[in-house]
Design a protein around this ligand. Structure first.
Ligand code: DC
Length: 238
């Protein structure tokens, strides 16, 4: 029997695993949410996982350069997520940390701890488990290269660094505490950390579709992605 034809008004058939990688501020989160909403898929923000680990390390004052201390901390790491209107809320030891993990300090810390092999292998299992059922849009740095190399379709979203910094600046809850220059400097530092680390560096998968969204809004990016998905499904069904 032929699979049901793809139709924009219905969830894609069969369920797909869609990855979106790219640097900070490229708009991955907005685009992933919109795409997941349109497809009626789940959405996974893997940056939030690294941020949660960073937050717990900071609060517990763990020396993450000490491999034993880091391993012991990860063993006890207890993270849960609950859906809400805007996606999901994250709880660490039953404490809602959804908003606390969005500070510039946690951004830098997440980038630093994400280079640690123990952290990456700890989160790898968690992410693969979440991808098992497919019908998922997941975003991060290594979704298409390391976590889900077998994904049905992979995107790499990028934009001009100044535009990315401006977007992040606009998202900041308290603009008084942080300047555009601060954000821009931190972002470039993170780009460098994330793309030059030895383990799972930020880079497009060989088979990723690259989209430069410097001059296009998230809705247009989603339209482009949907067109790619339709084309891919049609090619598969031929
Ligand atoms: O996407 P984000 O800005 O919330 O991610 C925070 C940091 O987490 C990022 O600087 C690098 C790390 N990260 C990672 O190494 N791999 C991922 N798949 C997602 C995030």
């Amino acid at each position: 029997m032929n699979p049901a034809p793809f139709d924009d008004s219905h969830p894609a058939t069969p369920p797909l695993l869609i990855t979106i990688d790219g640097p900070a501020g490229a708009g991955k989160t907005t685009v992933s949410r919109l795409l997941a909403e349109q497809l009626k898929y789940r959405y996974l923000d893997t940056g939030a996982l690294y941020r949660s680990v960073a937050y717990s390390i900071l609060v517990n004052d763990i020396d993450f350069e000490d491999d034993e201390a880091l391993a012991a901390h990860l063993k006890e790491f207890d993270l849960t997520s609950r859906p809400d209107n805007n996606g999901f809320r994250l709880f660490w030891k039953d404490r809602d940390i959804t908003d606390q993990i969005r500070t510039p300090e946690i951004s830098m810390m997440a980038s630093a701890v994400s280079a640690k092999p123990a952290v990456r292998s700890f989160l790898l299992g968690m992410q693969r488990e979440m991808g098992k059922a497919k019908a998922l849009v997941c975003e991060g740095r290594d979704m298409g290269t390391v976590i889900f190399p077998e994904a049905d379709i992979k995107f790499f979203l990028d934009a001009d660094p100044h535009v990315r910094a401006c977007r992040r600046y606009k998202e900041m809850p308290s603009k008084a505490a942080v300047t555009l220059e601060d954000i821009s400097r931190d972002m470039l530092q993170r780009d460098q950390n994330d793309s030059q680390r030895a383990l799972s560096p930020l880079k497009p998968a060989d088979d990723a579709i690259r989209i430069d969204c410097t001059d296009i809004d998230p809705q247009t990016v989603v339209k482009l992605m949907m067109a790619c998905i339709v084309r891919m499904l049609k090619a598969k069904n031929q």
